[in-house]
Design a protein around this ligand. Sequence first.
Ligand code: NOJ
Length: 511
Amino acid sequence: MNWWHDGVLYQIYPRSFADASGDGVGDLAGIAEHLDYIASLGVSGIWLSPIYRSPMADFGYDIADYREIDPLFGDMAAFDHLLEETHSRGLKLVMDFVPNHTSDEHEWFKESRSSRDNPKRDWYIWRDPGPDGEAPNNWPAAFGTKSAWTLDESTGQYYLHLFLPEQPDLNWQNPDVRAAMHDVMRFWFEKGVDGFRIDVIHMLFKNPTFEDNPPGNLLAHVPQSEELHEIVRGLRAVADEYEDRMLVGETFVWDIADIAKFYGNDGDELHLAFNFPMAIAGYNATYMSKVVDKTLDALPFGARPCWVLSNHDLPRHGARYGADAIPGAALLLLGLPGTPFIYAGEEIGMTGMIPPPERQVDPGGRDAARTPFQWSPDPNAGFCPPTVEPWLPIAEGYETVNAEVEDTDPGSVLNLYRRAIAFRNGSDALLSGDFEELRVEDRLWVFKRTGNEGSVIAAVNLSGERVEVALEVTGDRAGRIVVCTSGGREGEVIGEHLELAGFEAAWVAVN
Ligand code: NOJ
């Protein structure tokens, strides 16, 4: 089994996972303490959101030194220990690579802004003001529609930042920037990390004319052009200097044809590209199945789709779809053809929570996705000591939705994820079988995966109403429920019809 092709990957947002040091913020030692739990899920690897030295204006996506661990998370010894312990359990470790921007406290930017003729001036993107001193163009920054340009008073030019002013964009048109960033990748590859998730990879190339975006097009300044893909091929070439490393891109683009391009023409770009049209879809099978069909059509031969329903930037899917939908959504996600990523907490059915206004901290309004992992029914959900205030409040309902209580409950979401991942890991049909739609309605999705050793039908009821699904698997070809959101039904033999209760879902093996 190839770890990134066939396995399930597990995203950890380190601030929110487990606080071993007792300061209310998760850390590397906390992750290391829970590796047995992670291994018990059956996943093949972990992706860590950034842990590098950072002033934390964007909670680590503003990096002041790509080669150091932020003291909040630990130190390099703690990282080395985590890497070793992860590998010793047969798990892979994927880091976050943030190439589009640094922190404004990175030495490179401090040099760049120090004078117009500093050798690193061109490592960032500087432009003169417009005739009336205004920003050079109308490009927007994320987190609100404010300008992507900030004036540096002392040198009289504006610098570009597609995110916060504290996150100046690097100039990837400068060969020295490319070389320096390739060396950052090598630094971590040499340590033995298994890959990178690449932050906003679709934004690395900026429209060289620097003209205004046309009205209504907020992404015209980051064209999905050949020049962008040349940069991506450069990153892949670095990964290919090492054995069995993987690059997955945060390809936050809407056009599935643009996602497909990130796999390269000749398998020479990303190994995986996140499919955001699926991530932001509502819980609607008609829409979701269109995304899957279009993706399978668009991807180059042999390219692996990559599905995700939740991450640290999106409200959790349990909150968006409704808590009742969580178990069925698990069998939907894990049944699709491609590599699934699960976001820590989704496997226990966390829905997150919008903190009260006085506890909100994220400039991008994403706190609800980042409330601490719920380990136990203890105070602070076992995330940090009871006497400490966690950096974000614990979401309501943690007394029942938590790993400790669910561990011993066979009917829990946690044990459903475990059974589903275990079955998937051994199922040729689910890992590499063909995909065929049997029935698609807004609130019902039945699809079949067929491999060399038989088929698995995934039937997901997305509604609260009971439904009956014709399976026509009678006689010798009788089906058997192998994984079900109602665990008691596993083993049940299915004839012509499968009945599903509201929000119930099942995988049925057919020989
Ligand atoms: C995408 C990351 O996932 C998000 O958390 C971050 O704020 C932006 N990129 C900027 O790095």
